[in-house]
Design a protein around this ligand. Structure first.
Ligand code: HGY
Ligand code: MN
Ligand code: MN
Length: 414
């Protein structure tokens, strides 16, 4: 093995230090003080790995190992460094650490790539700040405008643009983040599986062939506030009761659709949120995913209809679809290359569907893309007890290291 699981463990432990909720999982929101500290650490590690480091207009940290010519398309590797609230230490981080470890190996072994190697640590993949996930990869793919960033708001009502500007970045220059397809040769991500399959089958490595399609809706229901004690039951415009009728149906729509379709209401805000006040407004999220696009669209349509059925008797509804990505295949050639590396290394591996969304599903629209999974203990993720052994991550990194050496056409120059 070229890869050092000891160094991977150290990287993971150090990155996990940048956390707003120590003792209660990892919370590292984009543009938070913890994200700022993490950026400083990432820059230092990338520089120590011999990379030329820059931060782009939205705060992605990018380290480049130049190739034989700057005009050649880059091979980009990495993942995201934001987390969900009270999440784990491996979601996103494992992929960032993979890229750091590979850059370090290139440095240690004096490997010079023909095609430039780019290591990326991406912001706001989770969407936990602004209800719009995959934000950095979407911006690089040209899907995000300055107006989008002005419209996206966090739970304090502050826009993504304002949060970026307050952190010293330049949302108005978001188009400078865009990557032309010809500027990239490949994108490869490592991620924890966040499910039980690899552990249950005793498999070292997952090679993803398809990432499920997904959508994120933000639903706002508006009624009328009133006194909980003096307002008769037949004269209420209670936004929370209306929302409850919708929320209770969403799971059934997904179950009826089958094909492993899932639907989740994970965020619910009640205004004014007083125990003796009839709620005048409710804002909630709906996250729907399926590997079958027809089923995905079906559940979205059923959810929209359920919302409109509640928009009566003084209740109004607004639905914002902040994200829609169809089921996305990974590149067959890269997937085959990764499988060959697995076999050569004697690791067990299996092709699988990703039920989680990843930046790879956006990069796949830009450049040939691959996604490697490593096992998750008990299939647990988005939870403080999320866990993957450093040795398990090291196997995934070793596979990608050999694939990246091939794709960058790297040679050691003694
Ligand atoms: O939600 C997801 O699938 C990913 O963790 N962002
Ligand atoms: Mn992730
Ligand atoms: Mn996640």
């Amino acid at each position: 093995m070229n890869v050092s699981s000891t160094r991977i463990k150290r990287f993971l432990d150090e990155l996990a230090e940048f956390n707003a909720t120590p003792g209660k999982g990892i919370t590292r929101m984009s543009y938070s003080p913890q994200a700022r500290e993490a950026r400083g650490w990432l820059r230092k590690q990338m520089e120590q790995a011999g990379l030329q480091v820059r931060k782009d207009a939205m705060g992605n940290v990018i380290g480049t190992l130049p190739g034989a010519s700057p005009s050649l398309p880059a091979v980009m590797i990495g993942s995201h460094f934001d987390t969900v609230p009270h999440g784990g230490a491996f979601d996103g981080a494992a992929g960032v650490i993979m890229a750091l470890e590979i850059a370090t190996l290139f440095h240690e072994q004096g490997l010079k790539p023909d095609y430039p190697l780019e290591v990326v640590a991406l912001v706001e993949e989770e969407g936990a700040s602004f209800e719009r996930g995959l934000l950095a990869s979407s911006a690089m793919a040209g899907h995000i405008t300055a107006q989008t960033l002005a419209n996206l708001r966090d739970s304090a009502g502050i826009s993504a643009a304002q949060r970026m500007a307050d952190a010293g970045y330049a949302p108005q220059e978001i188009t400078s983040v865009v990557r032309a397809p010809e500027s990239l040769k490949a994108f490869i991500e490592l991620h924890i599986e966040q499910g039980p399959v690899l552990e249950q089958t005793g498999t070292d490595i997952g090679i993803v062939d398809v990432i499920v399609g997904m959508t994120q809706l933000t639903v706002t229901l508006t009624g009328k506030a009133g006194h909980a004690g003096t307002t008769p039951m037949d004269r209420r415009q209670d936004a929370l009761v209306a929302a409850s009728h919708i929320i209770s149906q969403v799971g059934d729509f997904a179950r009826q659709a089958g094909e492993a379709t899932v639907a989740t209401v994970g965020k619910l805000q009640v205004y004014p949120n007083g125990s003796n006040v009839i709620p005048h407004q409710v804002v909630f999220s709906v996250d729907i995913r399926s590997r079958d696009e027809q089923k995905l669209r079906q559940v979205i349509e059923q959810t929209r209809e359920a919302i409109h059925r509640q928009a009566v008797d003084g209740i109004s509804a607004n639905i914002e679809q902040t994200l829609y990505v169809p089921p996305t295949p990974m590149d067959p050639e890269i997937t085959h290359n990764l499988g060959q590396q697995c076999d050569k290394l004697g690791f067990s591996c299996k092709t699988m569907v990703s039920g989680a969304g990843h930046d790879a599903m956006i990069f796949a629209g830009l450049t040939p893309t691959g996604l490697v999974f490593v096992p998750s203990r008990d299939g647990l993720s988005h939870h403080p007890d999320e866990w993957t052994d450093a040795e398990q991550i090291a196997k995934g990194v070793e596979v990608i290291f050999h694939a990246v050496k091939t794709i960058t056409e790297a040679r050691s120059h003694d």
